[in-house]
Design a binder for this molecule. Structure first.
Ligand SMILES: *[C@@H]1O[C@H](CO)[C@@H](O)[C@H](O)[C@H]1NC(C)=O
Ligand SMILES: *[C@@H]1O[C@H](CO)[C@@H](O)[C@H](O)[C@H]1NC(C)=O
Ligand SMILES: *[C@@H]1O[C@H](CO)[C@@H](O)[C@H](O)[C@H]1NC(C)=O
Ligand SMILES: *[C@@H]1O[C@H](CO)[C@@H](O)[C@H](O)[C@H]1NC(C)=O
Ligand SMILES: *[C@@H]1O[C@H](CO)[C@@H](O)[C@H](O)[C@H]1NC(C)=O
Ligand SMILES: *[C@@H]1O[C@H](CO)[C@@H](O)[C@H](O)[C@H]1NC(C)=O
Ligand SMILES: *[C@@H]1O[C@H](CO)[C@@H](O)[C@H](O)[C@H]1NC(C)=O
Ligand SMILES: *[C@@H]1O[C@H](CO)[C@@H](O)[C@H](O)[C@H]1NC(C)=O
Ligand SMILES: *[C@@H]1O[C@H](CO)[C@@H](O)[C@H](O)[C@H]1NC(C)=O
Length: 413
């Protein structure tokens, strides 16, 4: 008996079979595409009603594969892994724009496969939407710098334990400060700006929180981040001592704690960090002597200790590092004294040396004239370096920035 199948039935059977066979996808998942289109339309609407210019995202159109869109990167199997959304929102000059609120980010939080998210430099206001980040557990690189985020660092971020890179610099972040007590006209923050939960981010290599209003103590738990290579906390309001757990930072290369209110002695443990090349502790309230353990920092290139409350003799070993080229040890507050009797010639050449207001009595050390690479010096050597703005503390860049961004005034005295 012959079975006859009608043509329409055959067609639909074939179609049915075809749709059931898993075929490799040739474009990104539609829910991820929808999320991005939703983000684009929200942003466009927001921007059109305020005084910003917006980068157009022309390639983001509904008919193409979103893996081919600008600022989007996918895996080979077409899931989105990277969103480079920096500098999309540009404030127009001379206009005080209405804020762009951080809730425009909401659609992005549905793209759970993200490994890199860069939303820096977008004039985003209001708090960091912590809840949104809970499902972005694959994130390795998160850059939120150069926005107007305020409030505290949401605890949900500390659940993103795959993070290697976290940059929240140049925002308005504060501590979780529910109680601020004024004591002797200095703000006494009873709750710290950085949660003990930061210790969960065990894979972090870069933690960059500079230029915010974070305050309070650095938690001991920060010492759990043994993979850190850069810790940049400059230009905040951190106070109290630097926790001894910083001794665990065996991979740390750059430490910038400058422009805070850190006090007590510089922990001797800093001198035991084997890979450290740049240390800036300037503009704080560190007391006591320069720890002698620091002579073990054999890879040191930059050392900033100026404008503290350091006392004691300027150790001669400071001038026996072979790699050091920038040294700032003077400044307001420091009571360091020069050892006039020390007879030595340093066996390296500094590019920058600042000895402002050091308690230098008597003769100026002769070796200073042997520093052929010194820029702008006059006798007696007193430099005033005025800091302008803030910058990423990247060793090479730092030096360039210092050349570019500082005013140098030589003072005869
Ligand atoms: C991401 O995509 C851009 C082009 O859209 C490309 O230049 C860049 O190399 C990609 N990055 C990675 C990590 O694949
Ligand atoms: C911020 O983004 C704008 C527009 O894309 C760009 O012109 C500017 O250089 C960016 N600023 C920084 C600090 O990256
Ligand atoms: C954060 O900024 C938003 C918008 O600018 C403002 O409404 C809010 O009060 C600020 N919150 C805090 C804690 O400062
Ligand atoms: C995160 O995932 C959970 C479970 O799937 C879901 O219920 C929740 O709504 C998601 N949160 C966000 C902000 O997308
Ligand atoms: C802050 O204030 C509290 C209560 O007034 C006090 O116990 C504490 O010692 C103060 N901390 C600092 C660092 O001054
Ligand atoms: C220090 O740096 C070297 C070379 O960059 C690297 O191989 C090493 O793992 C780092 N860490 C320690 C603890 O020496
Ligand atoms: C420098 O390091 C060596 C070996 O690691 C150690 O024995 C010595 O005590 C250290 N020097 C100082 C001043 O800490
Ligand atoms: C540099 O000088 C110090 C003492 O001034 C000496 O101990 C050290 O060995 C010298 N280093 C080099 C590389 O010459
Ligand atoms: C400066 O040094 C002299 C002697 O070297 C010392 O008597 C004096 O107390 C020092 N002044 C300060 C402010 O440290």
């Amino acid at each position: 008996m012959a079975i006859t199948i009608s043509t329409p039935l055959l067609m639909s059977t074939i179609l049915f079979i075809l749709t059931c066979i898993p075929i490799p996808s040739f474009s990104c998942p539609s829910h991820q595409k929808q999320a991005l289109l939703h983000f684009k339309s929200t942003l466009t609407t927001t921007i059109s009603s305020s005084s910003y210019h917006m980068v157009q995202l022309k390639s983001w159109n509904p008919t193409s594969d979103c893996c081919s869109w600008e600022r989007v990167n996918c895996t080979e199997t077409k899931t989105i892994t990277e969103l480079h959304l920096d500098g999309l929102v540009v404030p127009l000059p001379d206009i005080d724009p209405a804020p762009v609120f951080s809730d425009i980010l909401a659609p992005l939080f549905h793209i759970r496969s993200l490994k890199l998210l860069d939303i820096s430099n977008n004039s985003l206001h209001d708090k960091i939407p912590g809840d949104g980040f809970v499902n972005l557990t694959e994130l390795v690189h998160l850059d939120m710098k150069d926005n107007w985020f305020n409030g505290s660092i949401p605890r949900q971020l500390f659940g993103l334990t795959n993070l290697h890179y976290l940059d929240m610099s140049n925002n308005m972040l504060e501590g979780g400060t529910r109680t601020r007590v004024r004591v002797f006209s200095e703000l006494n923050y009873t709750e710290g700006g950085l949660s003990v939960e930061v210790g969960k981010l065990l894979n972090l290599e870069s933690l960059i929180l500079s230029a915010n209003f974070l305050s309070g103590k650095l938690p001991q738990e920060i010492g759990k981040l043994t993979r850190l290579r850069e810790l940049l906390l400059q230009n905040n309001q951190f106070s109290s001592g630097v926790p001894s757990s910083t001794a665990n930072f065996k991979n740390l290369e750059t430490l910038d704690l400058s422009q805070n209110s850190f006090s007590m002695q510089i922990p001797a443990s800093i001198g035991t960090l084997p890979n450290i090349t740049a240390v800036d502790l300037s503009n704080n309230k560190f007391t006591g002597p320069i720890p002698s353990s620091m002579q073990n920092m054999s890879k040191l290139v930059i050392l900033g200790l100026h404008n503290n409350k350091l006392v004691g003799k300027i150790p001669t070993w400071l001038f026996s590092f072979t790699s050091l080229d920038t040294l700032f040890i003077g400044g307001k507050g420091n009571g360091l004294t020069w050892n006039n009797k020390a007879k030595f010639i340093p066996n390296y050449s500094l590019k920058f040396l600042s000895l402002i207001s050091c308690n230098i009595s008597g003769q100026f050390p002769e070796w200073i004239s042997s520093q052929k690479r010194l820029i702008c010096w006059r006798k007696p050597l007193i430099f005033i370096f005025i800091m302008v703005g803030f910058w990423r503390f990247d060793t090479k860049q730092w030096i360039t920035n210092r050349i570019g961004r500082h005013d140098y005034n030589s003072v005869n005295g």
